[in-house]
Design a binder for this molecule. Sequence first.
Ligand SMILES: Cc1cc2nc3c(=O)[nH]c(=O)nc-3n(C[C@H](O)[C@H](O)[C@H](O)COP(=O)(O)O)c2cc1C
Length: 348
Amino acid sequence: MKLLTPLQIGELSLPNAIVMAPMTRFRANAQGEVGASTALYYAQRASAGLIVSEAINISAEGTNNPFVASIRTEAQIAGWQLVTQAVHDKGGLIFAQLLHTGRLGHSTDRQGILPFAPSAIAIEGQMSLTSQGSKPYEVPQALTLAQIQKTIADYRQAGEQARQAGFDGVELHGAFGYLPNQFLMESSNQRTDDYGGSIENRTRFVFEVMQNLVEVCGKHRVGIKLSPLTNINGMQDRHAVALYACLLEQLNGLPLAYLHFMNEAGQDVLGTFAALSQHLIIANGGYTRETGEQTLQAGKAHMISYGTAFVANPDLPTRFALNAPLNPTDTATLYTGGEKGYTDYPCL
Ligand SMILES: Cc1cc2nc3c(=O)[nH]c(=O)nc-3n(C[C@H](O)[C@H](O)[C@H](O)COP(=O)(O)O)c2cc1C
């Protein structure tokens, strides 16, 4: 099976083509620190070809929820060191997913400070799930040019700190309407300076962040997750194909580890976008053992990432090898905190 065939990303040797998709689990403490139980959770899943961590906040400005882990303070970095050590002890590899929420943040969980975004445009028709219950999204503060440079520097510093914490690489969370996605799409970016307007200008932020991450993390150590056709969190663009074609062409010029694409049911995301890239492609979104294998056999992607299946099946590669049944995922404990539904799923 191609899913079980080893492959190489730069100098990293992966035992199989099965990726654990990034998943926020709200198991950090109120200081955004992870500890022994998160180390155990990821170590249990270390037989994945590659683990992509839950989204990790890069800065106070980009934070939405206190129980989402961060990587800024010494204690936060030390927590991640426990995790990467535990994964490496089991022979696994782990990238850190870097997050800035942009306008998806809410002042309720930001000491009353409004979130920052490319433009002062709120998400319409959707509620924000804050620690004080559901509230309408707020009109964010438009980032100044100086704040954009500071944000790029924050990503760079998070890349450095991820290395320090022992991660094998980083993945920019460029999907699902978070800050990089907000810069790309016309529905959230109405700037009239170098970071808005034309397609080239709207891709500038993502490209500059990726350039900085490659500089600090190295060749084939940086990936990006993209969801070009996912209209979640107010993401809309009339020219999404041209926009992403422009971005992918620029990214072809960087020595990246991979591009991680979120597929959309009924849309040919891989055919439309991945085909334009020279990088290794990870496909994500609703894959089974069979559809994942078919996708690899058809040459549409090089690796497949699994989210919910990995939550409930720490030994997913073994189960695929044996064609064994999968544990069902308990959706009630995905975001609740605690060990239940986190470290207590059985292996075969
Ligand atoms: C509990 C949970 C948390 C998630 N958190 C993140 C996240 O932090 N970053 C991200 O890029 N995607 C996140 N996702 C999306 C997954 O990475 C993946 O795209 C999605 O689950 C589809 O893959 P699947 O069908 O194999 O589950 C999350 C999904 C779940 C179920």
